[in-house]
Design a protein. Sequence first.
Length: 163
Amino acid sequence: MITSRLDWYLETNNLLTSSQTVFRKYQSTNQQVVFLGQSIKDALDQRHSALALFVDFEAAFDKVWRLKCIQKLQTLGVCNNMLMWIRNFISQRFSAVRLGNAISSFKQSETGLPQGSVISPILFNIFINDLPDLLASDGLTNTTLFADDLASGAAHQRGISPN
């Protein structure tokens, strides 16, 4: 229920970047692939220099900074009751490792989102939501997100600046 409400709130208020289509209803990665391909084709057709950057965020869900994720939810205007529920859900998580019949002691994890939870993909999208704008401010204007993968590019008629 929380996931449905959060998803509805984000989509109704158009709060997620259009650069991310994964983990979103009525969105398709095909749109992003076409956009990326067309951006490269347009640059080459105009005889511009082109730069493409491809990034795979390894173990991305495990490395989400929880406090920053909560701050981003606040910035997006998520109501306090939902915010408190999500904070309680992702905080104070403990895990142990089982190998055969042996189980390690439980350790508290400081970062990351719960694996397999239906709300984790939405929280991950929120966590990286501003990434395309940050890259655009550095000249990488054509950014597409594919869950925990990123493709970004820039084109320039005189070549790519080393700065």
